[in-house]
Design a protein around this ligand. Sequence first.
Ligand SMILES: NC(=O)c1ccc[n+]([C@@H]2O[C@H](COP(=O)([O-])OP(=O)(O)OC[C@H]3O[C@@H](n4cnc5c(N)ncnc54)[C@H](O)[C@@H]3O)[C@@H](O)[C@H]2O)c1
Length: 460
Amino acid sequence: MNQSPTNLTSRREFIKSTGKIAAASALAGVAIPHVHAAENNTIQVALIGCGGRGGGAADNALSVQNGPTKLVAMADVFDHRLKSSYDALKRQHPELVDVPEDRKFIGFDAYKKAMDCLKPGDIAIFTTPLAFRWVHFTYAIQKGLNVFMEKPLTADGPTSRRMLALSEEATAKNLKVGVGLMSRHSRALQELQQRIQDGEIGDLILLRGYRMHGPVGSAFSEKWPGKPSELLWQIQHFHSFLWASGGCFSDFYIHHIDHLCWMKNAWPVKAQALGGRHYRGDHVDQNFDNYSVEYTFADGAKFIMDGRCIVGCEPRYYSFAQGSKGMAIVSKANDCGLPSSTHKGQNPDRQNLLWTSKVDPDQQDPYLNEWNDLLDAIRNDKPYNEVKRGVEASLVTSMGRMAAHTGQEITFEEMLNCEHEFAPGVDKFTMDSSPPLRADTDGRYPIPKPGIVKHQEYEA
Ligand SMILES: NC(=O)c1ccc[n+]([C@@H]2O[C@H](COP(=O)([O-])OP(=O)(O)OC[C@H]3O[C@@H](n4cnc5c(N)ncnc54)[C@H](O)[C@@H]3O)[C@@H](O)[C@H]2O)c1
């Protein structure tokens, strides 16, 4: 990236956030029961967050070209999630899943117990909702573990600053850290980015991302039914709550935001945005139904990100880059679907085709590529830490979301230095804890009110 707005973090903020890390660090680090002596070159893996993506990431970890790898421990806050994930992984990789009952851990401290089963140089996978990233990363760094963590990494300013400081600690310890922004590992997007940077479509003027479909995930929630606990229910419905996920905006739109900014090779400096709730009925979550964000880069170029979750509206899910000489289809479909292409002029016609991506069959899955790349860095001791970039992508995403939720223009520095921490104390959760947000007497949670609540995204 040719801009580094994160350098603008003030010294005061940095000290404040690193102080919290030091406090968290003091909690950690007793005995390390190694599962195996290091008599072979097997890299052991622990899965923390055994849901849909966790199962996928563990499957990728066990399918790498540069193994051997072995899954040795699992952690979750729900027993049934861990069990179904274990059963599926054991079916897929009977020889590579070695997780007996005493290495299956349940609870908010399960992450420590799972990481305690690893030795330095092994890999911890973080696939819980994002609220727990900094907590789990703090412990992994103390244990000298390499990490793969899913996107987004943060949803607010304080935890972004904390993650940036942790990233520096991880680099200082030569840990390898992959972040699940898999577009960066799409071989087609890698070649397209190089072509765009080499001037194939001229100067980039406009980027466009669209993710518009009906309700998906847990973005739409009706009232808490009374069980499980309100905290665990919010975690199950993490797309509904800004503290857990950054809401549908952060969770769904970060891929396009990340890869389009990569095409530009810059992060936007500010955002202004529209958004609203239209047909919410009994839904009590914090999301808007639609969002339209206009990001501005330092050179004045624009990036429009449109997101919508409404039944019956026309679905659109792809991304484009428009330059002074031509245009590119970046993601043909979904987050980073093949093929990418470049075209003369502003229409993606076949007769104007300049280039279309061709990727070897064994390189077509960006989820597997990101694991092969991480393992290559670990095995060959190459510098590899995607956290700073992942935090910056998360911040740019939060900047667009906050602009829509407040109705104000938000700059990158304002987002980075925003003091509203959505879930303070997330590192101290127990099964009996209250959630960071409580429902009102009607069972509803605080929603953004653009133009009324302007200094932060909601008032609890
Ligand atoms: N890169 C991608 O394309 C992609 C795709 C899907 C999901 N994701 C990301 O992966 C993450 C998980 O998403 P998902 O769809 O798998 O959700 P999920 O609900 O299916 O899985 C999350 C799991 O984490 C567990 N969990 C929650 N808090 C925990 C804690 N403190 N300790 C241990 N376990 C905990 C949950 O019980 C659940 O089993 C999200 O950040 C999401 O954005 C990325």
